[in-house]
Design a binder for this molecule. Sequence first.
Ligand SMILES: CC(=O)SCCNC(=O)CCNC(=O)[C@H](O)C(C)(C)COP(=O)(O)OP(=O)(O)OC[C@H]1O[C@@H](n2cnc3c(N)ncnc32)[C@H](O)[C@@H]1OP(=O)(O)O
Ligand SMILES: CC(C)C(=O)C(=O)O
Length: 526
Amino acid sequence: MPVTHPSFGTLDPDRIIFFDTTLRDGEQSPGFSMNLEEKLRMAEALHELGVDVIEAGFAIASPGDFESVRSIAQLFAKDGPVVASLGRANPADILRSAEALKPAARKRIHIVLATSDLHMRVKLRMTRDEVVELTTSSVTLGRQHSDDVEWSAEDGSRSDPDFLCRCVEAAIKAGATTINIPDTVGYSMPADIGAIFRDLRERVPGADTVVFSAHNHNDLGMAVANTLAAINAGARQIEATINGIGERAGNASIEEVAMALRTRHDVLPFKNSIQTPRILRTSKLLATITGFDVQPNKAIVGRNAFAHESGIHQDGVLKDASTYEIMTPESVGWTTNSLVLGKHSGRAAFRDKLKALGYGEIGDNQLNDAFRRFKDIADRKKVVYDEDIAALVDDEVVRGHDRIRLTALSVSTGMDEKPSATLTLEIDGESRTGAAPGDGAVDATFNAIRQAFPHEIQLKLFAVQSITGGTDAQARVTVRFEENGKLVDGQGSDTCTIVASARAYVHALNKLLVKRERTEPEALSA
Ligand SMILES: CC(=O)SCCNC(=O)CCNC(=O)[C@H](O)C(C)(C)COP(=O)(O)OP(=O)(O)OC[C@H]1O[C@@H](n2cnc3c(N)ncnc32)[C@H](O)[C@@H]1OP(=O)(O)O
Ligand SMILES: CC(C)C(=O)C(=O)O
C-alpha cells in the first residue's frame, strides 16, 4: 500500500525524498556558521537543486536561528520545498519551531529524542517508560501545530531493537508521519542499518503508514553506504548535506547519494527529484559561503573527481571517456573533464595538450624532445601548468635547428665557496666541455660556455622571470648579446634558474651563428 503523506500526497513506493540538513546539521560543523543572508542564498540554491525538504535550523537555539527558519519559511510561503525546524521533545522547542515555520506553504516540525540506553541514562536521565511517554506527548503536541511531524530516535542505531520498536510505535500512534532512525555517531555498518529498518518495518504496527528515514553520520566513512543500505531496506527519505558537512566527520553527502542512485540505477532502481547538473554550483556556493573548500579527491565535486593524470588513463579517456569515467562530468555540472599533465602522463595526453595550446604542427622529433623535457620538469614540479608546457615547447621549437646544444651542466656554489661551473656542449655533433669559476653561479656558467666555445660578445641584458607561482616555478631567462652592432636575444626556461640561464645563453649564441652565417657564410666557428 502506498503511503499517503500530508506534504507529498500519495507517494510512489520507489520515490526517495531528499531531506537536506545543510543549514541545520551542516551548520553544526565547527566554523561553518552562516548568517541569514547566506542561509537564504543556500535555501534558494537547494530549492533549485530539487531537494524535497529543507531543514532550516533549530528554531529555539537562538534568536538568529529562529529568524533564519522564519525567513526561509517566508521564502517558501507560496510553494517550494517543505521547510523543517528541529527541536527537542519539549513544549518550548516544539512551539518555537511551530512559530518560526508559520509562513511556510508546507512545514514540518521535527522532534528528536534519544532512545539508546546510554543517552537515556547519562544525558536525559530518564527511564525507558519516561522516554516513551515523552515521545507520545511531544508528537501529539507537534501534530497540533503541523500535519507533517517527523520523529527522530537519536542514537537509534545503538538502541535496543525491542525498545526502539516500542518508541517508533508510540510515535506513529501519536501522529508522526516520518520516522527517522539516525546513526548519530556513525557507528553502524551497512548490514546493521539494513537490519534495523527491516526489523522496524516488519514488527511495528502502522509502519506501512509512515515514511522511514535514514540520517547517517560519517565517523567511519560509512554515511553514504549506510544511506544506500537503508534505502534497500525500505527507507524512503534520506537526510544528507551538501559536501557532506555536519557534526564531527559530517553527514552523508547529497551529491554522492544522488549520483549513486543515478549511476547505479541498475541495482538501486529509485526515483528522486535532484537536478544533478546543479550539484557542482551548489557545492561551490556552500564552499564560498563557509570558506571551506572540499578536498580535491572528494567524490563528484572535488577538483580531481574528473581529472586524469596518468598516461594510461589519459590515453583511455582520449579514446573514450567511459574507460575511466563512470558518469559524465556534465551530469554533475562540470563543463568537462581535465587531463592534468604530470610525471605519470604519456605522449597521447601531451600531444593533446599541445593541440589545445595551439601547437598543431610540431614535428615528431621536437615533440619527443619536448616530451623528454616535460617529463624531467614533471619529476621536479608538483604541477605542470600550461605556461610551463608552452615555455618548454617554445624552447624546443626555437632550438629545432640549433648547432650548439647544452647537454650537461653542473654548478658548485655556497657561502664560503668560489662558484664554479662545468658543462658540456654539443657543437655540430661534437662534444666539448668547459669548466670555469665566476663571481656567481650564473657568471661561472657563462664563463664555462665561453671556454667550451670561445667567442667575444657583449652581454647587454640578463633578466629572470618566474613563469608561474611557487618555489618550484620555472624561471624564464632572457639574455641579449651584441656583436659588431648586431643584437640577438635568447630565452631559456627551467625549474633551475642556472640551467635556464645557460639555455638562454646557448639559444642566443645559436641565433648569433645564424646571423653570422647570413652575413659571412664562411665564419662558422668562434
Ligand atoms: C544529534 C543532534 O544533532 S541533536 C541537535 C543538536 N543541535 C544542537 O544542540 C544545537 C542547538 N542547541 C542549543 O542551542 C542549545 O543546546 C539549546 C538552546 C537547545 C539548549 O540549551 P540549554 O538549555 O543551555 O541546555 P544544554 O544544551 O546545556 O543541555 C541540553 C538539555 O536538553 C536536554 N535534552 C537533550 N536532548 C533532549 C531531547 N531530545 N529532548 C528533551 N530534552 C533534551 C538535556 O538533557 C539537557 O537538559 P538538562 O539541562 O536538564 O540536563
Ligand atoms: C537530530 C538528529 C536527526 C541528528 O542530527 C542525529 O541524530 O544525528
